[in-house]
Structures are given as structure tokens and as C-alpha cells.
Write a protein that binds this ligand. Sequence first.
Ligand code: HEC
Length: 226
Amino acid sequence: MSDASNTNLNPNEPPLTDHSYDGIQEYDNPMPGWWVWLFVGTVIFSGVYWLYFETGVEGRSIFDEYGRYQANIMTVKFGEIGELSADSATIAKYMRDPKWLAVGKATYNANCVSCHGIDGGGGIGPNLTDDNWKGVRHLDDIAKIIKNGAANGAMPAWGSRFNHPNVVVLTSAYVASLRGTKPANPKAPEGAVAEPWPAAEAGSQPDNSESTEPAPSATSDKVIAP
Ligand code: HEC
């Protein structure tokens, strides 16, 4: 064919550049200026964006923002019960409260299933449904282990990862409620038999818990909200 040249025989087509690849010639047809500057602008913007959001300054990343929203939601949600203390009586009480147990169950399903199994039967972590416990002797030890972890981090510490301290208590209540259930593939028991969980203390806190021993007065019957 014809030699590579930057003259184009057809006047209706753009001029050609003076190089060719494998005999294919290239039009000298640059991107419009507005497009090039838009592109340059996005490149500069990405640098500024990265510096602002991704260089580890506390409170700026979308994860921090998400955490703040979650914390607000939790505070609103927990407004009804206030801040729970992580003692055995409180855990025993919420262990029998299906409404709040749902929070513990959701937390468990989101964070714990990979090591303890969907039904608590165990895996990397111990079986949470049998009577044997490695580090738990009393009900409140469950909350301590969830909060602080165990075995040098083999069981991670969750205290600082949850957005509200109540989550530790309600997750402990859910874990405690698994005791005595029948998982599909139970891991062999580990550790020693722990004492039975205490019964909920009647009337220990003024809200919607079911009293184990109803008072004789007819007006004391409380209704559990769904
Ligand atoms: C990375 C795996 C892993 C994850 C995720 C994990 N655990 Fe564990 N967990 C373990 C291991 C391993 C142990 C045993 C620690 C030991 O040897 O004392 C354990 C122990 C426990 C114990 C004490 C059991 C006992 O027999 O003393 C409880 C309660 C517990 N985990 C609850 C949870 C909860 C609730 C979550 C989710 C919020 C969770 N774990 C997430 C690995 C995990």
C-alpha cells in the first residue's frame, strides 16, 4: 500500500499522524480539551480524596462514620433498658427475654458462627451448648471472655468492636441460652462442667422481664412486647 505520510488524501477525514503500527496508520485526532481536563481533574481529585479519607486520620473513613451511626442507633434502641451491667443476674434475666435476645442472636450470627458454628456446636472454638466450659465457671465469665477474649486472642476480644456495651451482655445472654440445645455436629466437650446458670432474679430490674415467681396480685402480670 501507500507509504506512511501525514497527508490524508481524503479532505473529509482528519490528518494522519506520522507513524504507523503494522501498516495501520493513526488519525491525528486528539481528545477534546474539555475531556482531557475533566480527566486530569478526576486524577487530582482522587489524590486529594485519598489523602483526606484514607490516611488513617481518626473519624474520617466511612468505617468510622458507619460506627458512629451504629452507636447512635444502639443508643436510641437501648434507651429503654439503659446501660446493662455484665453481672450474672442481668445476663440470666436477658437470657429469658426473647425481645432482647434477638440482638444477641444477630450479633452471634454475624461474628461468632465461623468459629463456634451456627448452632453453637463448636469448630475452631469450643462447643457452647454442652455443660463443659474451658474458661467459664459462672454465668458472668461468658461476658468477660466475650469482652476480653481468651487463649491469647484465639478467642478474639469483642469489647472494643461492639458499638455499645450492652451488646456484650445481650450476646452473653444468647450464648448462655444455647446451653442444653442440640447442635447438628457437636464438638466433644472441653473443660470442666460449670454450675447451672442461676435463675433470673425476680424484679431485679423494672422492665418487661417475665417474673419466675409471679406475685399474687393480678396487676403484676406483665406483657412481653414482641
Ligand atoms: C477466630 C475464632 C473465634 C471467633 C470468631 C469467636 N470465638 Fe469464641 N472462642 C474461640 C476459641 C478458640 C475459644 C477457646 C478459648 C480457650 O481455649 O480458652 C473460644 C471461647 C469462647 C467462649 C468460652 C468457651 C469456654 O468453653 O470457656 C465463649 C463464651 C465464646 N468463645 C463466645 C464467642 C462469641 C460470643 C463470639 C462472637 C462475638 C466468639 N466467641 C467468636 C474462637 C473464636
